[in-house]
Write a protein that binds this ligand. Structure first.
Ligand SMILES: [Fe+2]
Length: 206
């Protein structure tokens, strides 16, 4: 199937894996859903060509994280996100999509929920990338001023699941559209830690 792949974006790379194909571009992508390895290759390749996305970098005064669509076709969509410290997606999944994230400036902090214990916390600095499947639930926050990341999803995002974790660790999911800005649904705002049974949740320090 021939899809309309416009000349486009590029992205980030990283320590979880080196760039394997810096020449990759939208034009050379297969006409099918991409797996997480291919998505990671894509964001890593895009990161190697800043001229294809750096004009979208912006930190508008008085606003939250800035995001710009770099590319979208039948099989993949790619976004550039600009983060301030404290910018927070809240807990979410990507419905049926796999994804990959490359940090090109600053650093992000990823949390993965752990029921009955402390959430996993990973800092992803500039130059690193990671990928995930549709089973992945996470929360991303800006961890440094001027942070920039490139995100690719396949199939393209259409719906996402957004979660709250209430007092006592009860997790609830609501389906939202991909154009809706992800934000924390937890009453406390910032990443919570799920407390052991019988204890109240303890807000994270960062
Ligand atoms: Fe995400």
């Amino acid at each position: 199937m021939n899809v309309n792949r416009s000349p486009g974006p590029w992205a980030p790379c990283a320590p979880r894996r080196p760039v394997t194909n810096p020449a990759m571009s939208y034009e050379t992508l297969p006409d099918r859903v991409l797996d997480r390895r291919e998505l990671r290759d894509l964001v890593d390749a895009l990161a190697a060509v800043p001229s294809r996305w750096e004009d979208q970098v912006d930190f508008p005064a008085g606003e939250g994280r800035h995001y710009a669509s770099l590319h979208r076709d039948a099989y993949v969509d790619v976004w550039l996100l600009c983060w301030r410290p404290g910018d927070d997606t809240g807990w979410h999944d990507h419905d049926v999509s796999s994804g990959a994230v490359r940090v090109v400036a600053g650093r992000l902090r990823e949390y993965n929920p752990r029921i009955g214990g402390e959430h996993l916390e990973t800092v992803i600095p500039a130059g690193q990338s990671f990928s995930f499947g549709p089973d992945h639930i996470h929360r991303l926050t800006g961890a440094a001023a001027g942070s920039v990341s490139i995100h690719a999803y396949s199939p393209p995002l259409w719906r996402l699941g957004q979660y709250s974790i209430g007092e006592g660790g009860v997790m609830r999911r609501v389906s939202v559209g991909y154009a809706d800005e992800l934000r924390p649904l937890d009453a406390a705002g910032g990443p919570e830690r799920t407390a052991p049974a019988g204890r109240p949740p303890v807000p994270s320090s960062g």
